[in-house]
Design a protein around this ligand. Structure first.
Ligand code: NAD
Length: 552
């Protein structure tokens, strides 16, 4: 077992003190003394060991803090250009040997990683919560994500990556095979909101396919990736095949893309566009998982209680800092009042708090800039006439960046929340008169990542799903059904991105395909002594015959 990363309860944090926490005005006098506040600071020696795993130190370090409390986490080393060179050199050397190993040896590493991550989940849950401020149940989703991706790709890689026979140019005389090769060194640039899932689950199919990976996690959540890096080595991953470098995207992004054979990026649409431009310049592929302004449709035949409960998960997981999160809910007029009443009742009962256990339903936002942008969206809507049906305020009494789950009504196109991604716990509800109107409004966005349809009639739900312009549509769930079905591809259309993770696409993108064709007995050319004209006539007859007998 890994040593615990959390300080024992008696130890005092030496980090920056948590923000002052004024008493909640409406709080009733407590009957029992409050339990001691959890210590969010992590063991310094453990943190130092994790930070040392990165190829970094050549550039000035940066400090990170636990969003839920403000406690200092780590002085994180940063990678210089030389560090990046070192990481790529090591990765390239290691890749040759790794790709030469039998696939079964590579997949065995990830079967072991599956078991290890489930066994050692409590430590990584502490790290994820410390770095992101999210509730433990939302951190647990990340552990599940890595486990199911390990299982899935370990199980399916052999059939997806194996070489396939293809119809040859001339039946019996030409045989063709399609062979998959790893691209080389894949760069994975991951954001801070789902730091375990988005750094590990995207790296693992690349590694299984025989690539080396250079990961650049966000500074705020680098310890999570480094923890997984340590665990992967315990599972048997060779030391140099997965390198981690550290730095702000704006500082080191160009140097990474300049050396990559493929770039896997998750983050905002604006950054995604610039990464795509740089990758195009080098003619290397990229996969871009970007933002969304996702819509939930509540149809008139719905089970209102289930939809209201589902909307809580769909809108407020990780405090809405989830690309798949629902920010718009279109509710049929017949059930609007009942849905809104039940939804608001559930929102009011949500438990907010900074707890290192499963006792809170929603945690903190991750950065001051998230708090600023969420507050700005809500204030803009309020100023332009929206009704705040629930929430609508920061909660400094709980932690520096807490914001209440917020429901807005009366939102109109001139408000920012109408079309811009908020990326926070803010959802707008709209009344619609028909399925057609709901579909039209849901599709009125440049994004196309995720959508959700709630109905008792799943066939009707599936018909509507096909009319929605989104990479995924969940029927009677917010995001977990499609996201967790890792046998099916996941990704966006329009401004939500290019390429797919999960499914066969999620591993094939890390390979290039080679065709090996073998000609036997006769050449694809006139026989000795045959004129070009006779050869052309013979081939014409052969083509007619091939079509008649139905050859490919
Ligand atoms: P962002 O684009 O500002 O930053 C995302 C990451 O990219 C950060 O770690 C940042 O350091 C890095 N980055 C920034 N500039 C870079 C550059 N030039 N080169 C390389 N890396 C660079 O986005 P953000 O606001 O921090 O993240 C939230 C956004 O990410 C939201 O729009 C959200 O929807 C999106 N997101 C999408 C998915 C998905 O799977 N589709 C998942 C999570 C987040």
């Amino acid at each position: 077992m890994t040593a615990s990363v959390r300080r024992p309860a008696a130890q005092k944090s030496t980090g920056k003190p948590a923000a002052k926490t004024p008493a909640k005005p409406s709080a009733k006098p407590a009957r029992k003394p409050a339990p001691p506040a959890p210590d969010w600071s992590l063991l310094p020696e453990r943190i130092a060991a994790l930070a040392a795993r990165a190829v970094a130190g050549g550039a000035p370090s940066v400090e990170t803090f636990a969003p839920a409390t403000g406690a200092k986490l780590v002085d994180l080393p940063q990678s210089s250009k030389t560090d990046i060179d070192v990481a790529f050199d090591r990765a390239r050397k290691a890749q040759q040997e790794w790709a030469a190993r039998p696939l079964s040896e590579r997949t065995a590493v990830f079967r072991r990683l599956h078991d290890l991550i489930l066994r050692e989940q409590s430590e990584i849950l502490d790290v994820i919560q410390s770095e992101t401020g999210k509730a433990r149940s939302h951190a647990f989703e990340e552990v599940v994500d890595v486990a199911i991706n390990c299982r899935y790709y370990a199980r399916t890689a052999a059939s997806v990556l194996k070489s396939h026979g293809r119809a040859g140019a001339l039946p019996a005389l030409t045989s063709a095979r399609e062979v998959r090769h790893p691209k080389g060194v894949v760069v994975v640039i991951s954001p801070w909101n789902y730091p375990l899932a988005l750094s590990v689950s995207d790296a693992l199919p690349a590694l299984i396919a025989g690539n080396a990976v250079v990961s650049r996690p966000d500074n705020q959540t680098a310890l999570t990736t480094l923890w997984a890096h340590e665990l992967a080595q315990k599972a048997g991953l060779p030391k140099d095949i997965w390198q981690v470098v550290l730095g702000r995207g704006s500082n080191i992004g160009n140097d990474l893309i300049a050396r990559a054979d493929f770039v896997d990026y998750t983050g905002s649409t604006a950054t995604g566009r610039s990464i795509a431009t740089q990758a195009a310049e080098r003619l290397v592929g990229c996969s871009l998982e970007l933002g969304g302004k996702n819509a939930m449709l509540v149809l008139d035949d719905v089970n209102v209680g289930k939809a209201a409960e589902g909307a809580i998960r769909a809108c407020f997981s990780s405090a809405g800092q989830l690309c798949e999160s629902m920010e718009r809910v279109y509710v049929h007029d017949n059930v609007y009042d009942e849905f809104v009443e039940q939804f608001l009742e559930r929102v009011a009962n949500m438990r907010l708090g900074a707890r290192l256990d499963f006792g809170s339903d929603m945690g903190s936002l991750t950065f001051p800039r998230q708090l600023e942008s969420v507050s700005a969206h809500v204030e803009d809507a309020r100023a332009k006439g929206a009704t705040v049906l629930a929430g609508g305020r920061a909660r400094p009494d709980l932690g520096p960046y807490f914001y209440e789950p917020t429901v807005l009504g009366g939102v109109t196109p001139e408000m920012k929340v109408f079309a811009e991604e908020t990326f926070g716990p803010v959802v707008s509800v709209y009344r619609v008169k028909s399925d057609d109107e709901a579909v039209e409004l849901a599709n009125a966005t440049a994004y196309g990542l995720n959508a959700s349809v709630w109905t008792r009639d799943t066939s009707r739900g599936q018909r509507i799903a096909k009319r929605l312009r989104a990479g995924a549509v969940n029927i009677n769930e917010g995001y977990a059904a499609a996201w967790g079905s890792v046998d099916a591809p996941s990704g966006g259309v329009g401004d939500s991105g290019l390429g797919r993770r999960h499914g066969a696409e999620g591993i094939l993108k890390y390979t290039y395909v080679q065709t090996i064709a073998t000609q036997r007995l006769l050449p694809i050319a006139p026989l000795p002594g045959m004129s070009q004209e006779t050869w052309a006539k013979t081939l014409t007859v052969a083509l007619h015959v091939m079509r008649r007998v139905g050859l490919k």
